[in-house]
Design a binder for this molecule. Structure first.
Ligand code: S3P
Length: 176
């Protein structure tokens, strides 16, 4: 399958870059968290409140399973999706994993612009939480085939950077 799957920590730009990339490549765009929200009829933050992280992860796993027939799309995922090894395997089978990264202080600045949207960061010391989660997750993010640091770039610049990578075009050429 030749999907392009954007993974990486919160605030690295997966949804915005995914949308822009899909437009430039004339592909469908799928936002996994948006699908989960639509299925649940409430926001991710509300799912965390009502069902805890375990409830959210269950919904996330089901949303990944439901991607099985998706082709030619750009898919943006939530920052924790690869923590589940089954999700990792499924997503790898669906296409190219592209990891977006950013420096912790950049991540913090970006997520602070939408308060209340990232339940995992909590209210008390989000800076410490970002660093802690980044450390825990470093190994799973390394599973991606391609990594791009978005710290010093606008959304449009990241899209352009990605379009210069031969890997981005490879799946497309093979599928046609
Ligand atoms: C999460 C990231 C969020 C969302 C949920 C859990 C995570 O998505 O899926 O709050 O575990 O990192 P974004 O990466 O789009 O913020």
């Amino acid at each position: 399958m030749n999907n392009l799957i954007l993974v990486g920590f919160m605030g690295t730009g997966k949804s915005a870059v995914g949308k822009g990339l899909a437009r430039r490549l004339d592909r469908a765009f799928v936002d996994l968290d948006e699908r989960i929200e639509r299925g649940a009829g409430c926001t991710v933050a509300e799912i965390f409140e009502r069902e805890g992280e375990a409830g959210f992860r269950k919904r996330e796993r089901a949303a990944v399973e439901a991607l099985a027939d998706t082709r030619d799309a750009v898919i943006a995922t939530g920052g924790g999706v690869l923590l589940d090894s089954e999700n990792l395997k499924r997503l790898q089978g669906l296409g190219l994993l592209v990891c977006l990264t950013a420096r912790p202080e950049v991540i913090l600045g970006r997520v602070e612009k939408s308060p209340g949207k990232r339940p995992l960061l909590g209210k008390f010391d989000p800076a410490a939480r970002v660093r802690e989660l980044l450390t825990v997750r470093a190994a799973v993010y390394r599973q991606a085939a391609l990594t791009v640091d978005t710290s010093d770039h606008s959304i449009e610049e990241v899209v352009e950077l990605l379009l210069k990578k031969p890997e981005i075009w490879k799946g497309r050429a093979e599928s046609k």
